[in-house]
Ligand binder design. Structure first.
Ligand SMILES: [Zn+2]
Length: 79
């Protein structure tokens, strides 16, 4: 079993269990998934794992040089 966070066209996000990823595709295409809040059948996968997106967008390590203002700091190329 696999759990997906899915979202209806009204923006309601909820979790559903599926046998596998193909099971999701079949049920979504057949309109067998209904939003528990509004009953909408237009379901798509919600954007998942905000922690992953967060780490991917994490800024570069701060410059360790005392007094460095940051902007224009060449730390990424080596202080
Ligand atoms: Zn809904």
């Amino acid at each position: 079993m696999i759990r997906y966070s899915v979202q209806c066209s009204q923006g309601h996000v909820f979790d559903e269990w599926f046998s596998n990823s193909a099971d999701y595709d079949v049920k979504a295409a057949a309109g067998e998934i209904a939003c528990p809040d509004c009953g909408d059948h237009q379901i798509s996968k919600a954007i998942m794992a905000p922690s992953v997106a967060k780490s991917a967008a994490a800024p570069a390590a701060a410059c360790p040089v005392s007094g460095c203002a940051g902007g224009g700091c060449p730390f990424s190329g080596g202080h």
